[in-house]
Design a protein around this ligand. Structure first.
Ligand code: F0G
Length: 458
């Protein structure tokens, strides 16, 4: 008998978590203005708000932290991290930043001017924020298949090449770079195929444009290429990563995801001019060029985490856990973005809460109901997160409206997955009785989902 997969690690340290009562949760979510970002973490039982910075580090990473070099300039830990990044990505110029959005801030401060048009697949919320706050726009050319959650399509993160071509033709000189987000978070943690990346490179060359990877979950993307794309089954994850990045010019990285750390980020590129400007902006906004907002020990942990998480077994156990949860939801008939993404499941809320009008935010409503049911905190990746159109100030209801259940790396067991699935089933079974959602009582002009105040419509 073939043995099933299992985690390539065992547990050495645990952190207690607590179950609360429904009465407590009703009080807490009201106090939080029905916004789960405003809850205290202790009011949460299983926390699926994000897989960002919520990972469990390995003993090797913790040991590395003790060896961190805290020198202001030229720290050994910086060179260790830079060497690993160059080995995995092929990019030789490295600018550390404290997290992914800081990398965006540093690089976009140079590349994006008012009126610029960034084209590519879906920019994540902070990326979109860093584009729109500079009076520029982002055009999301993600394939149409991503809009139909029930369609099985292996690379829903892909860019529609025709749409990209049209956008490049139309905006020509206004395009500072083409953005490829791997995996495509907003579309459901969905991967981009190597074939698609190559096609984008071809177009980029035709129009003389550079490609920037938003690579927060690049290793998960490589896992999907290996397991789904013909010709890559025998390649190692590291080989696939190297090839992927060879078609790009630069990357911004939130190390809080695929480097399996709690904090960190960087920009890596082979474009000398981008690097020179990033270095200067980095010094202004983040810190000196060889630490950029990170402690030496953080850079050590990133270096080790990147090595570990570009090994197949590590990614396999992580993604198979997401697929384990997906199989449970299949059993209960709960609709999510298919096939399951790399870092979590994205429940198609309008398909569950069919009586809740879009103006009353179905995914946010489902997020609240799941919290009330079992103290499980998911996160809305939908109409609230989409913000208002910067010009018309209308809500943007054109995209997906997901409740995201993001699974932190190496943190929860499959027993937790069973609890999550059961809680969601209980909510699902009551779906017909849910006729109203929530309304906004206060919102920020941009990135409103973090701080929005809501109340039940009825
Ligand atoms: N790019 C992508 C694709 C992301 O998912 C994120 C963060 C960032 C950039 C920004 O990185 O948080 O280090 O500043 N996503 C988190 C999430 C917050 O929950 O998906 P950061």
């Amino acid at each position: 008998m073939k043995l099933p997969y299992s985690e390539p690690w065992r547990i050495k340290m645990v952190e207690p978590i607590h179950v609360s009562t429904r009465e407590e949760r009703e009080k807490w979510i009201k106090e939080a203005n029905y916004n789960v970002f405003q809850l205290k973490a202790e009011q949460v039982y299983i926390d699926l708000l994000t897989d960002s910075g919520t990972n469990a580090m390995s003993d090797r990473q913790w040991a590395g932290m003790m060896m961190g070099d805290e020198s202001y300039a030229g720290a050994r830990s910086f060179y260790h991290m830079a060497d690993v990044i160059t080995k995995i990505t092929g990019f030789k110029y490295i600018t550390p930043t404290h997290q992914g959005r800081a990398a965006e801030n540093v690089l976009f401060s140079y590349l994006i001017t008012p009126g610029a048009v960034v084209v590519g697949n879906s920019p994540f919320d902070t990326t979109k924020g860093h584009i729109e706050s500079r009076k520029a726009t982002a055009i999301d050319c993600t394939v149409e298949e991503s809009k139909n959650s029930q369609l099985e399509y292996p690379f829903k993160g892909n860019i529609n090449i025709e749409k990209l071509s049209e956008a490049l033709e139309k905006y020509a000189d206004k395009v500072p770079f083409i953005l490829i987000t791997v995996t495509n978070n907003s579309a459901g943690g969905q991967p981009v195929s190597m074939e698609n990346i190559k096609a984008v490179r071809k177009l980029a060359d035709k129009y003389g444009k550079k490609i920037l990877f938003d690579s927060a979950r690049f290793a998960e993307n490589a896992y999907f290429i290996k397991t789904r794309e013909a010709g890559y089954e025998d390649k190692t994850i590291k080989e696939i990563c190297k090839e992927m990045f060879s078609y790009g010019d630069a990357m911004t990285m939130s190390a809080k995801k695929d480097a399996v750390v709690n904090m960190g980020g960087f920009i890596a590129t082979n474009v000398e001019d981008w690097y020179e400007h990033a270095k200067i902006n980095g010094i202004i906004y983040e810190g000196y060029a060889t630490y950029g907002g990170m402690n030496g020990r953080d850079m050590e942990a990133v270096a080790i985490g990147l090595e570990e998480n570009t090994e197949f077994v590590n990614l396999e156990s992580r993604i198979k856990q997401v697929q384990y949860l997906a199989a449970k939801l299949d059993e209960y008939g709960i609709p999510y973005q298919r096939p399951a993404g790399g870092h979590g499941l994205f429940i198609d809320a309008p398909k569950v809460l069919t009586h809740v009008p879009k103006e009353e935010f179905p995914a946010q409503t489902l997020t609240i109901l799941l919290y009330l049911e079992a103290g499980i905190r998911g996160c809305e990746i939908g109409y609230l997160l989409a913000d208002r159109d910067p010009v018309t100030r209308e809500n943007r209801f054109g995209g997906n409206d997901f409740l995201r259940l993001a699974i932190p790396r190496r943190v929860y067991t499959n027993n937790h997955m069973d609890v999550i699935a059961a809680a969601l089933k209980n909510v699902y079974d009551r779906r017909e009785s849910v006729t109203h959602g929530v309304k906004i009582t206060w919102e920020a002009p941009i990135m409103r989902h973090f701080t929005v105040k809501l109340e039940p419509v009825k």
